[in-house]
Design a protein around this ligand. Structure first.
Ligand code: HEM
Length: 132
């Protein structure tokens, strides 16, 4: 018997879809994050669904469709500060609650995503302006 992946443990595709839907609803309502995204979320939503599925042990949908993730490079066109990473993680934590992801899986996922989110930070201009 093999150990369950996080993807399987949270309920696979159906839960992942719920999570991504709820996450982008929150991003759309977030005044700091919203301006970085295009008018509609359809495309990024699908790509995020592929990415999270793969990251948490499901089918390798992202790599099959988009190649190597190289996420930091893909985010370089957007000025991402520590505050953006924090806002992104807040939206994700709240979407996980909406999707009824149980606490142990939620903590494991958030821990992994926290590292990724801070890795995307590519400018601290805002912080410099505030003199931090
Ligand atoms: C730290 C804060 C973050 C911000 C502000 C941010 C913002 C963005 C933006 C603006 C896009 C492009 C949308 C578009 O062109 O339609 C994008 C794409 C994407 N983001 Fe993020 N992101 C963040 C963190 C993350 C993290 C932590 C992950 C992974 C879990 C992630 C996964 C993705 C993926 C998979 C895409 C699509 C890439 C592709 O073109 O294939 N992002 N993000």
């Amino acid at each position: 018997m093999s150990a369950l992946t996080v993807y399987e443990a949270i309920g696979g595709e159906a839960t992942m879809r719920k999570l991504v839907e709820s996450f982008y609803d929150k991003v759309a309502a977030d005044t700091l994050l919203r301006p970085l995204f295009p008018p509609t979320f359809d495309e990024v939503k699908e790509r995020q669904f592929w990415f999270l599925t793969q990251l948490f042990g499901g089918p390798r949908l992202y790599t099959e469709r988009r190649g190597q993730p190289m996420l930091r490079a893909r985010h370089l066109p957007f000025p991402i500060t520590t505050r953006h990473a924090q806002a992104w993680l807040r939206c994700m934590a709240s979407a996980m609650a909406d999707a009824d992801i149980p606490t142990p899986a939620r903590e494991a996922m958030l821990q992994r995503l926290t590292a990724t989110a801070y890795h995307m930070v590519n400018t601290e201009l805002e912080e410099e302006h505030k003199g931090i």
